[in-house]
Design a protein around this ligand. Structure first.
Ligand SMILES: Cc1cc2nc3c(=O)[nH]c(=O)nc-3n(C[C@H](O)[C@H](O)[C@H](O)COP(=O)(O)OP(=O)(O)OC[C@H]3O[C@@H](n4cnc5c(N)ncnc54)[C@H](O)[C@@H]3O)c2cc1C
Ligand SMILES: *[C@@H]1O[C@H](CO)[C@@H](O)[C@H](O)[C@H]1NC(C)=O
Ligand SMILES: *[C@@H]1O[C@H](CO)[C@@H](O)[C@H](O)[C@H]1NC(C)=O
Ligand SMILES: *[C@@H]1O[C@H](CO)[C@@H](O)[C@H](O)[C@H]1NC(C)=O
Ligand SMILES: *[C@@H]1O[C@H](CO)[C@@H](O)[C@H](O)[C@H]1NC(C)=O
Length: 531
């Protein structure tokens, strides 16, 4: 053998060995490993689903929110481990890692791009929905919440213990504490108290070696990283310890709608000037959406103004009428209720709906195909810009936006206090969503979504164009999940949009705690040596 051929032979050998490691995961060894690493006292068989189990599909779809990403027949999906005991989580991590199998961690299953339940390489879903205990302690104003608990369960548990305590989390009761909190966790207490990660004081996590760590044993770099810096890149969150915040016994909410014919554009323009400067006790969200026009078959834009005030209606009405008289708010538009009842209001349930609806964990198989995107706005969008946005939106059958006001305490929390960076200097954050009900319409709706994003570009943050991790969006940059290595240059694109100046520290932490890059997916944080 001459030298050139020998070198070529070596190269081929190396390539085929590393290929084998990636593309031929050892499923039998994996299952065997799971059994050997768990005790019969907490049998893994009771929580392990493979395609052979008759309940496999229902276990897959019950926590799958977006029909666009759902694929229960996926042959790349080896198994679902619906962990009931810590040892199930530890074994899944260790056995997947040693057998070249990727995992996807799922708590509530709301990831907009389905990253918790799809992959293009062989994978196992580590499903946390059985990890759902919550203990709330009123005297210390603290609680432990496990990753698979929903926000509805958390809010109910807190309200059962005290009518004047709450947790600043998101608007939807079925969101899982695992994904929601590690991504930032944004809700209607943002202006008064900030976001979920601002109230996390400890955590339990299983790292890439299968070890259980808490804040003291993980150290401050890792603890900082999992607060808004993407938990799924660092480990499996088992539970969070959180601080509870004070809310009054009576809050006030209202919903007022203006259509384009009722000067919605003018009112919303004025909203842009005042909403981030109102008292911190007031959160006034605007939802531009497609609505029926005056004539049948005609479409228009209606802007719903949704408000929550930490106080009585008698105080709220004058504040609105002084700052945004264009809304024409009347006392009879307002409802006074408890904090827990406001959470049903924000989910669009009629006033008076029993709060037991908050305990419904899943809505079963996903019903709609959808796509969402996000933006941060730092200067008011001129009326011409708003009109361009409406014009594009009206090409959809079904689309809405949420304009979520900033200001308040968000201006005072430093951008590096946690890994979540979008703080001072924002007027509001936009969420764009479109939904449809026919798989054949997916491409057309996705490309229209891109058009809408392009139309908005001149009016939103730039260099980078910021994005909210919890509003996951593949289009802003991603790696093919089949690769072991992650392209650092690509990662810097999405990393700088999600994490701004915090991305570097996140990569450094990743390098320290998961140098082999076991916890990876299309938009994960790579170790510095990855390429
Ligand atoms: C209807 C709806 C309403 C929403 N409203 C809000 C809102 O008001 N405020 C807001 O901030 N966001 C909101 N979101 C976005 C939501 O917060 C994110 O989708 C969040 O990631 C959901 O968490 P999950 O556990 O339910 O989802 P999952 O799909 O289970 O997880 C999302 C991501 O987190 C990872 N992950 C999940 N569990 C763990 C864990 N235990 N350890 C490590 N990583 C984990 C997953 O791998 C995935 O990458 C909403 C989404 C939907 C669909
Ligand atoms: C799946 O099927 C196997 C084999 O029949 C069984 O041992 C296991 O308990 C089933 N898993 C669940 C979660 O029911
Ligand atoms: C909350 O809603 C329930 C169910 O409609 C109602 O019975 C109760 O009076 C409400 N309580 C408060 C304080 O708003
Ligand atoms: C944030 O940055 C400031 C200024 O660079 C620094 O003093 C501070 O220690 C940083 N805080 C954290 C939590 O890293
Ligand atoms: C989006 O999907 C719907 C089906 O729900 C379809 O009727 C519509 O034409 C699609 N939109 C576009 C812009 O193609």
């Amino acid at each position: 053998m001459n030298e050139v051929v020998f070198v070529l032979f070596l190269v081929l050998l190396i390539v085929s060995v590393s290929d084998a490691k990636i593309t031929k995961p050892n499923v039998e060894n994996f299952l065997q490993c799971l059994r050997s690493r768990t005790s019969p006292k907490n049998p893994i068989t009771e929580v392990l689903y493979t395609h052979d189990n008759s309940t496999f599909v229902s276990s897959y779809v019950s926590y799958t929110n977006n029909k666009r990403c759902s694929n229960p027949k996926d042959t790349k999906l080896i198994a679902i481990v619906a962990a009931k005991h810590e040892s199930h989580v530890q074994a899944t991590v260790v056995c997947a890692k040693s057998n070249g199998i990727q995992i996807r961690i799922r708590s509530g299953g709301h990831d907009f791009e389905g990253f918790s339940y799809i992959s293009s390489v062989p994978f196992v879903i580590l499903d946390m929905h059985n990890f759902r205990s919550i203990t709330a302690d009123v005297s210390s104003k603290k609680a432990w919440v496990q990753a698979g608990a929903t926000l509805g369960e958390l809010n109910t548990k807190i309200a059962d213990a005290s009518k004047t305590l709450a947790f600043p989390g998101g608007f939807w009761s079925t969101l899982g504490a695992g994904g929601h909190i590690s991504g930032g966790g944004y809700g209607n207490l943002i202006r008064k108290y900030g976001i979920s990660v601002d109230h996390v004081i400890d955590a339990q996590l299983v790292d890439a070696n299968g070890k259980i760590l808490n804040r003291a044993s993980m150290g401050e770099d890792l603890f900082w990283s999992i607060r808004g810096g993407d938990g799924a890149s660092f480990g499996v969150i088992l539970a969070w310890k959180i601080n509870l915040v004070a809310v009054p016994e009576t809050l006030t909410v209202f919903k007022v709608t203006k259509t384009l014919r009722q000067e919605a554009t003018d009112v919303l323009y004025k909203w842009q000037l005042v909403s981030s400067k109102l008292p911190e006790e007031l959160f006034l969200r605007a939802i531009p959406e497609i609505a029926e026009g005056a004539k049948s078959g005609e479409k228009t834009i209606a802007v719903k103004f949704y408000a929550q005030f930490l106080g009585p209606a008698a105080q709220l009405v004058p504040i609105i009428n002084k700052n945004l008289p264009e809304l024409g708010l009347k006392r009879e538009d307002c409802y006074e209720m408890s904090w827990l009842n406001t959470t049903t209001f924000w989910m669009n349930f009629p006033v008076g709906t029993p709060t037991s609806v908050l305990l419904k964990r899943t809505s079963g198989p996903p019903r709609a195909f959808y796509k969402c995107k996000s933006d941060y706005v730092k200067e008011p969008i001129p009326k011409e810009g708003m009109e361009k946005i409406w014009k594009t939106m009206l090409k959809f059958n079904n689309a809405f936006m949420e304009w979520n006001p900033y200001g308040g305490v968000m201006d005072r929390i430093p951008a590096n206090a946690t890994a979540f960076p979008h703080r001072k200097g924002n007027l509001f954050k936009i969420l764009y969503c479109a939904s449809w009900n026919d798989a054949k319409a997916t491409d057309a709706n996705l490309s229209l979504m891109k058009e809408l994003y392009d139309v908005a570009e001149p009016y939103v943050s730039s260099n980078p164009r910021e994005a909210f991790l919890n509003y996951r969006d593949m289009d802003i940059g991603s790696n093919p999940s089949g690769k072991t290595n992650i392209n650092i240059e690509e990662a810097k694109i999405y990393g700088s949009k999600y994490f701004l100046g915090n991305f570097k520290r996140l990569m450094e932490t990743k390098t320290k705690y998961d140098p082999d890059n076991f916890f990876r997916y299309e938009q994960s944080i790579p170790p510095i040596h990855a390429m």
